[in-house]
Write a protein that binds this ligand. Structure first.
Ligand code: SF4
Length: 432
């Protein structure tokens, strides 16, 4: 048995920019018993003879625990990004089982994506923490026999039973239709699945996929990111056939479609994975009515140009007294703007990249008590600390909440540049 050493990874690039949960922990690597013909990891590793479906490498649980110990409480890790963490060898090695126990111990959230019904067995349901576990069970075809022609995981009907069992027991679970191949989905069966949430990810086509599925690809005419995709209008028609779920979300690579789903379809515009975080307490402190004012979002990259602050000061003087400035107020320019806004009695909405404070920080008490300020958090859970992923969700929330966007300085190719893609905004400072 080989050790899987690179079990922890943060995905960068286009996928990392659009995916909120880009940090992955894989308990098994370099092989997966499910042996899906379309497997992305297999396509990358197979031709170098690094993919062994019958003999996956196994991560060392003591190293996993060491890594988990270093993570900030409230982090969300994706389990099963490279291979399925509930593939059959889990029954023997139990690395996923023990990993879940450590994640529970250290208060780390986990998003499990699997094609196995093992997760819904009583043994695993006993250890899944309802406050930390978020589960997506993938279904690629509603027909058992069709699915078995290209993947060797639990049959679809048993996966659906697992989804329904987890849902009935109060877990945060979604049916993940990925890749969504319309020819393989019976919408009557899909729409009857007893689960609140559905997540859809359309098939993206390249030469490898064409050799895998015997389909008519003539409609895949939109080229982006090295793949062919269905045009947005076709995707919209297909999505309209999915009914009966309380919450729908589309996981998307193409920029125009990504923005469309986010604005018009996705249940949570700030999170296409649509994870649920439980909390009893309110997620704001201060004057909630400020949300009804005209809102100007202000964002600025971490790097700043020395001349920009004077431009921000000049701009602030032009901001009308009824306008609310919305920001995380974290980068150097944002933080300077917060000081100026407090001093000049401007209306402020501060968006946190962690859960709401237990108590209003002393320095904001005056502004909060006078109705000048609202502090709000898009996180409903126990996220005590901020990290890059949470900061991205926070900035996305600023964009989604605001009527206009103003940018201080912008680092080209940085996180802010990524989420501003396709958005109209006014740049006060410099592109760095
Ligand atoms: S379950 Fe996932 S990792 Fe395993 S073979 Fe299928 S696509 Fe690849």
């Amino acid at each position: 048995m080989k050790e899987f050493k690179s079990f922890y990874k943060t995905v960068e690039g286009n996928e990392g920019q659009k995916c909120h949960y880009s940090t992955r922990l894989d308990t098994y690597g370099c092989g997966c018993f499910h042996d899906c013909k379309y497997c992305y990891a297999k396509s990358l590793l197979g031709f170098r003879d690094l993919w062994h479906p019958d003999d996956p490498s196994v991560a060392d649980i003591s190293k996993i625990e060491k890594k988990i110990k270093t993570l900030e409480k409230g982090t969300v890790l994706r389990l099963g990004g490279m291979t399925d963490c509930f593939q059959p060898c889990e029954v023997k090695h139990k690395v996923t089982y023990k990993t879940i126990q450590f994640l529970n111990k250290y208060g780390i959230h986990y998003l499990i994506v699997t094609k196995s019904n093992l997760i819904a067995s009583d043994e695993y349901m006993k250890i899944l923490d309802k406050n930390l576990a978020h589960i997506q069970i993938t279904v690629t075809s509603t027909d058992d026999k069709t699915a078995l022609t290209y993947e060797q995981a639990t049959i679809s009907s048993e996966r659906i039973k697992a989804i329904e069992k987890l849902s009935a027991n109060g877990f945060d679970v979604a049916i993940r239709v990925s890749p969504f191949i319309p020819e393989y989905i019976d919408f009557d069966i899909l729409n009857k699945v007893k689960c609140k949430k559905v997540i859809v990810e359309f098939l993206r086509v390249n030469g490898f996929i064409k050799r895998t599925f015997d389909l008519d690809y003539s409609q895949y005419t939109h080229k982006e990111g090295g793949y062919y995709h269905l045009p947005l209008e076709t995707k919209k028609k297909l999505i309209s056939k999915i009914k009966g779920f309380e919450q729908i979300s589309v996981c998307e690579d193409c920029t125009e479609a990504y923005n469309y789903w986010k604005t018009h379809v996705n249940y949570n515009p700030s999170d296409c994975c649509n994870l649920s975080f439980n909390s009893e307490k309110e997620n704001y402190i201060g004057n909630l009515k400020l949300l009804n004012n005209h809102k100007m979002g202000f964002l600025s990259s971490q790097k700043s140009h020395p001349n920009t602050i004077s431009k921000i000061t000049e701009w602030l003087e032009t901001v009308d007294e009824d306008i609310c400035i919305v920001s995380g107020f974290q980068s150097k320019n944002e933080s300077k703007l917060l000081d100026l806004s407090l001093k000049n009695n401007k209306k402020i909405i501060m968006v946190l990249s962690r859960e709401i404070y237990d108590k209003c920080p002393t320095k904001f008490e005056k502004a909060v008590n006078s109705g000048q300020m609202l502090i709000i958090s898009p996180f409903d859970n126990m996220l005590k600390v901020t990290n890059r992923d949470n900061a991205k969700i926070r900035n996305q929330f600023v964009l989604d909440t605001s009527d206009e966007i103003v940018v201080g300085d912008l680092s080209v190719g940085g996180m802010l540049d990524g989420i501003l893609n396709g958005k109209a905004f006014k740049l006060l400072g410099e592109k760095l």
